[in-house]
Design a protein around this ligand. Structure first.
Ligand SMILES: Nc1ncnc2c1ncn2[C@@H]1O[C@H](COP(=O)(O)OP(=O)(O)OP(=O)(O)O)[C@@H](O)[C@H]1O
Ligand SMILES: [Mg+2]
Length: 271
């Protein structure tokens, strides 16, 4: 197995508060001692309570923010050593999908334009090729021709997340960092979008860093799970192992919060 992404000793603090006499009070690091590996074509779920540092890890990996310490190797290349030109190349191979697809799309651009735009920037395709490729990608994610000329405000949350996925795929990424990608969607729509993500993973050999606070999604989408608490990973392993035999009390508590579907017959109130 080849590691696509290898992170070690990752650390990030955000500016401390200013003390009474002008001394800077160091803030507790948002992320510290974080290490994990994602193999090509596999997914790692990053779970943990709100404020644990999950999104910060995602942004560090993409170098949207700079770490204070640690190494990030992508396909064997030290990401932190790259100059701006090489970083642009790397950005093509890593993409991000957010919880709110609406805010990630320009409201004045049609759906077709939103997907064609990165093709113009990164792939240097001519107009006709761009439009054809955008339509094909949108078709692949289940957005048919009649939506192409519509605007983001005219689509549902699930449809918009499909558009965001198509847009991410334009640059043929190897890794997609997904930060709570289905958290804003209805449960039935969540399942459809997760299915799509899995199909695309199989077809294209994608890797996902899948950030979620919802442990019920982890078994569906991920091979491995890393549990984060207070800025660091407290437990990591294959999803089945961690879920069956959580070693940390913290993980046990997270798992006990997963709602277990109750059969209708046993739900009858005895009050
Ligand atoms: N730009 C920033 N400036 C200052 N502090 C920040 C910044 N971004 C994150 N933090 C702090 O870092 C910590 C981790 O935040 P992060 O957003 O990574 O958590 P999270 O695990 O993604 O939480 P959630 O599940 O609520 O999205 C928090 O204490 C947060 O307040
Ligand atoms: Mg977050």
């Amino acid at each position: 197995m080849t590691a696509l992404l290898e992170v070690t000793g990752l650390r990030k603090s955000f500016g401390g508060r200013r003390g009474l006499v002008g001394t800077r009070k160091a803030a507790a690091p948002a992320v510290h001692d974080v290490a994990f590996t994602i193999e090509a074509g596999r997914s790692l779920a990053l779970v943990g309570e709100s404020g644990a540092g999950k999104s910060t890890v995602g942004r560090l990996v993409l170098r949207l923010i700079e770490p204070d310490a640690g190494t990030i190797r992508f396909d064997g290349v030290d990401v932190r050593a790259l100059g701006s030109r090489e970083l642009r190349g790397l950005r093509r191979r890593m993409q991000m999908i957010f919880q709110d697809p609406f805010s990630a799309l320009d409201p004045r651009m049609s759906i077709a334009e939103a997907v064609a735009e990165p093709l113009a920037i990164h792939q240097r395709l001519g107009r006709a090729d761009r439009d054809r490729r955008a339509a094909a990608l949108l078709d692949r994610v289940g957005i048919g021709g009649r939506y192409l000329e519509r605007f983001p405000a005219e689509l549902s949350g699930g449809q918009l997340q499909r558009v965001a996925i198509a847009r991410a795929l334009t640059v043929e990424p190897a890794l997609i960092v997904c930060d709570e990608p289905v958290a804003a969607l209805d449960v039935s729509v969540q399942a459809q979008v997760l299915n799509l993500m899995q199909e695309l993973q199989d077809e294209l050999g994608l890797s996902y860093l899948f950030i979620t606070h919802d442990l019920a999604l982890v078994e569906v989408i991920a091979d491995r799970v890393a549990v984060m608490s207070a800025g660091t990973i407290v437990e990591e392993g294959p999803v089945n192992d961690v879920f069956a035999n959580p070693r940390q009390e913290y993980t046990r508590q997270l798992l006990s919060a997963i709602p277990i579907p109750v059969p209708r017959s046993s739900r009858i109130s005895t009050a």
